[in-house]
Each structure stands twice: as C-alpha cells, then as structure tokens.
Write a protein that binds this ligand. Structure first.
Ligand SMILES: Nc1nc2c(c(=O)[nH]1)N=C([C@H](O)[C@H](O)COP(=O)(O)OP(=O)(O)OP(=O)(O)O)CN2
Length: 168
C-alpha cells in the first residue's frame, strides 16, 4: 500500500457524542415571537480530536458522555435559559422553577461558563457547551493533545449553531 500521502497529512483522530435536552428560553432583545417563553427539544453534538491515540482512543466514550450528560441534565434539562436582564428570571427563581442565567453578574458556579454571554441564543448555547465540554475533557484521561474541535447545537429541525474550538 502506498502511504506517501498519509505521511504528509497531519494525524487527526476524532470522536463525536450526542445528547438531547428539553429546555425553554426566550430572546426579548430580538423582538417578535422569540420574546415569548418557548421550549425546544435541543440536540448537542460534541466533537473531540487528537493528533495521536491513547489506549486506541481520543477519549473513552462512556466517561465522556456520562460527564457531559450529567452537566446538561443537571443544569439545563427541563429548565429555562434566560438572559441577564430578563425580569422573568426573578419570577421563576422565586417559584422554585429550574433556571440557568446567561450573563449573570453574580453567577452560580455552573453559570460562570456563560457569564460573558448575555443572551441564550443558539450560538451562545453552543459556546456554553463548548466550554463545558473542554472542562469535562480536561478532567478525564484522554489522548495527548486532545481538544474539543466543535460543538453543534440544534434548536429546531432547521436551526442550528456551530462553535469551533481553537487549535491546540
Ligand atoms: N441567530 C439566531 N437567530 C434567532 C435565534 C437564535 O438563537 N439565533 N432564535 C430565534 C428564536 O428563538 C426562535 O425559536 C427561532 O426562530 P425562527 O427560526 O424564526 O422560528 P421558527 O422555528 O418558527 O421558524 P420556521 O419558520 O418554522 O422555520 C430567532 N432567531
């Protein structure tokens, strides 16, 4: 077999995991129908890459999914994502309804991932979950040089956003 081309191409291995969550949000700053509190069945796809493998893996699927799913289910699933200036945040919190605030001036520990993201747009949710995925990857055993390459968040069947991680 001629492997000449392969010797010139940088080694690159990738894995992707998916998860879903049922979460409300609203975007009053955009006006129109997005001002209404509404829910979506969100999907997230997280891709990790590495230049070489460790134990023949980039990162072990089970552990990676368990950590990502745990964070998403704990903080987002069956809750609401609201922006920093949204008056509904206080109402929901006062009634014990699950809430994740974007751009909060005094964020809870989990909300620190979204502290500089003022609105829960699909793009901002992709950034949030990119940061969460990086944190999860760092905490696990993984291949040398492994990193989060990208996160795609799908809000509806026709709307999605892609966040791409920087190179190592
Ligand atoms: N760049 C972005 N634009 C919009 C976002 C967003 O997060 N980023 N979000 C919304 C609303 O949240 C809304 O849920 C989606 O809007 P839209 O696609 O217009 O609504 P529909 O799903 O009803 O559209 P279809 O006509 O059914 O395709 C708006 N914009």
């Amino acid at each position: 077999m001629d492997t000449t081309a392969a010797t010139y191409a940088p080694a690159h291995h990738g894995v992707t995991v998916r998860h879903n969550f049922e979460t409300a949000h609203r975007l009053p700053h955009l006006g129109g129908k997005c001002t209404n509190l509404h829910g979506h069945s969100w999907w997230v796809e997280v891709s990790a890459v590495a230049p070489a493998l460790d134990s023949s893996t980039v990162v072990e699927f089970g552990a990676f999914k368990a950590e990502l799913r745990s964070w998403i289910d704990t903080h987002l699933d069956h809750g609401a994502m609201l922006g920093v200036d949204d008056p509904l945040a206080k109402v929901l919190a006062d009634h014990g309804s699950k809430l994740f605030r974007f751009g909060a001036p005094q964020p809870l520990p989990a909300e620190e991932f979204a502290a500089n993201l003022p609105h829960p747009t699909v793009e901002a949710v992709a950034v949030l979950l990119g940061r969460v995925a990086m944190d999860v990857l760092v905490g696990l055993g993984h291949a040398p040089g492994a990193r989060i390459e990208g996160v795609r968040v799908t809000e509806t069947h026709v709307n999605s956003a892609l966040w791409r991680g920087g190179s190592a």
